[in-house]
Design a protein. Structure first.
Length: 610
């Protein structure tokens, strides 16, 4: 019996968008122009506290737990600054924590009233910057007759906040203890308190444009659709051919309250009637991609990346494409993205992450761009999108189009840290073998089979708090299986896990790559590095476990035949990364017993070293 392995039997790579489809799109849609950007929402993150009432309860409980059990204390709840400034969130926390902590710790602590705190602050005429100085906090505590001060700072991260709380002893100024809580306020919380948005401040610039100052970016939104109409040219095209396609169509309209904040957004509805659900053999001569074009007159000069908010309805995979006319020809730059469906994703993608489809091409900052969202049927079918349907229907919701500037200094070796709103490296997952697989158990030639016994597949790519260096990225997959899955096991076949990434930076001048990783199921993996225009690939095997492990791979150990990546004197321009793993056989056997296979891969801080 022969066991299928990843290195020997990897499925032939599928192109992101075939050139035949591109030329057809250009012929029909003529000149296209636009731009986009990225961030992953931790909406499924069980560690993010949902709502302010739950946050108040958790902070109060954690604070009372830090108090001495055999001594009564006097506590003052002080300001929680947001990026060094007072905020409506801080005002809300002071008021509610004062009451809740007093009730929860009534036998161990007396809590100073808000009125007393305001009086002391007024007497000393503190400015906002004074609230962050520890000596001022201790001085205020003494004036209030407090033994302890509860204070801290709040950091916006993607679409949630991270609160770092500290319990300070007034007499010594020593931090007795602390904790970190990640939380997401209710959608209308900021409006109720009259404060800033969760991750940005918004001001109107001129008449149309809006700027947002985030943790690491200054974003200029050039089209928000808030007037219920579009100020840019919108069009669509369905590239469909082959006997498997009976009909394919799209429609563009406005969704009155469809955006994440309840405002209008644009909606591209796509649908098709198929001869049969997806199968690699039946679809060999058929092809289906939907293109949604947003044509603008905007030039990217002075900006570092594209911003777009997207929600994919009914599927999870798309290609975001920038297009320009250069020397009378259309030039394309593409990026694949995986976005858990039915959620809004606020994307800020650096221009360098969009790889050219023509060798040597580069984005011209002085020419307008068209933003295209392409939805390929095949890529989504492999991820259980439009699963087993002959009538498919979905939608792309788009909002808040524009560009962004990076406001802080950029580490030239940093590929991804997942700590701010910039999507420096998007991750596209796939489970090979979950839908169809090559069965080598009876013949070296292999037989294509449907993966009987796998009922469904769900995936999520989410940011999580408190990784090795801050937030980290978690790729979570669940396969539900039935008793028919035993046939898959009896044929000694395997599942393989792929994570595809485009980090966007050239690697010239660097000698090694490091990253943190852990997994609940996987124990061995392979890193594969491929240049955008090189046929060969360089790979290196590594081990991982359920605890965080820093993996550092020198370029001299990334091999391709007799060569190594270190042998490329000019470095590797615009590399693609692929992480792949064979799912262990014991995990597959457990899945049959338990009815589900759950795989989590966590990763953090991809860094190049000189």
């Amino acid at each position: 019996m022969k066991t299928q392995t990843m290195r020997g039997n990897r499925r032939k790579a599928r192109p992101v968008l075939p050139r035949a489809a591109l030329s057809a799109a250009v012929a029909i849609a003529a000149t296209l122009i636009l731009a986009a950007g990225c961030s992953t929402s931790p909406a499924r993150d069980q560690d993010v506290v949902q709502g302010m009432d739950a946050l108040i309860a958790q902070i109060s409980q954690k604070t009372v737990e830090l108090l001495e059990a055999d001594a009564r204390s006097t506590l003052a709840v002080y300001y929680f600054t947001v990026e060094g400034e007072e905020s409506g969130i801080s005002e809300y926390l002071i008021n509610d924590l004062t009451t809740t902590i007093a009730n929860m710790g009534r036998d161990r602590v007396d809590v100073v009233t808000r009125q007393a705190l305001d009086r002391i602050l007024s007497e000393y005429s503190f400015q906002l910057s004074d609230l962050t100085e520890k000596e001022n906090q201790v001085m205020v505590g003494r004036q209030l007759g407090a033994d302890l001060i509860l204070t801290g700072f709040i950091t916006p991260v993607s679409d949630y906040f991270r609160l770092n709380a500290q319990l300070i002893q007034v007499e010594t100024g020593v931090v007795k203890g602390g904790y970190i809580v990640s939380f997401r306020p209710e959608r209308d919380f900021q409006r109720k308190i009259g404060g800033p948005e969760a991750t940005s401040k918004t001001v109107t610039v001129e008449e149309e444009a809006v700027t947002r100052t985030g943790v690491a970016t200054l974003t200029t939104l050039l089209e928000t659709f808030d007037k219920g109409m579009s100020g840019i040219r919108l069009s669509h095209f369905e590239d469909a051919y082959g006997e498997q396609i009976r009909a394919a169509s799209g429609e563009i309209g406005m969704e009155a309250e469809g955006a994440a904040d309840g405002s209008p957004c644009v909606r591209f509805t796509l649908e098709a009637e198929l001869e049969s659900p997806y199968s690699p053999l039946a679809w060999e001569e058929s092809y289906l991609v939907f293109y949604f074009h947003m044509e603008t007159d905007w030039q990217p000069a002075g900006y570092q990346g594209l911003h777009i908010s997207l929600s994919l309805q009914g599927f999870s995979y798309a290609d975001v494409i920038l297009q320009q006319e250069q020397n009378g020809e259309q030039v394309m730059f593409g990026l694949p993205v995986y976005l858990p469906p039915e959620e809004w994703h606020d994307l800020r993608i650096p221009f360098q992450n969009f790889y050219p489809w023509d060798r040597g091409a580069s984005l011209d900052p002085e020419k307008p761009v068209t933003i295209t969202v392409a939805v390929p049927y095949e890529e989504n079918a492999y991820r259980y999108g439009f699963h087993e349907e002959t009538r498919i229907k979905g939608a792309v919701l788009a909002d808040d189009l524009g560009f962004f500037e990076i406001t802080g200094g950029e580490d030239p070796g940093l590929l991804a840290s997942f700590d701010d709103e910039i999507s420096r490296m998007t991750v596209v997952p796939e489970v090979y073998g979950s839908l169809f697989y090559e069965d080598y158990s009876e013949s070296d030639a292999g037989v294509l089979r449907k993966a009987q016994g796998i009922d469904s597949q769900t995936m999520a790519v989410v940011r999580m708090p408190e990784g090795p260096s801050g937030s980290y990225l978690s790729v979570q997959t669940t396969l539900t299986v039935t008793r028919d899955f035993d046939e898959f096991l009896e044929r000694e076949c395997c599942l393989a896990y792929y994570l595809r990434m485009q980090p966007g930076k050239d690697w010239a001048g660097f000698r090694a790559l490091s990253f943190f990783m852990r997994s609940s199921v996987l124990s061995e993996g392979t890193l594969e590095v491929t240049g955008n225009w090189q046929g060969q690939y360089f790979y290196h095997d590594f081990a991982l476990s359920s605890i965080w492990t820093k993996i550092e791979i020198p370029f001299g150990e990334l091999v391709s035949g007799s060569r190594t990546l270190a042998d490329l004197k000019g470095g590797l321009p615009q590399p693609h990364l692929m992480l792949y793993f064979d799912v262990p056989k014991d995990a597959l056997a457990r899945a049959l017993e338990e009815g589900a296979l759950e795989i989590t891969v966590d990763m953090d801080e991809f860094v190049l070293h000189q």
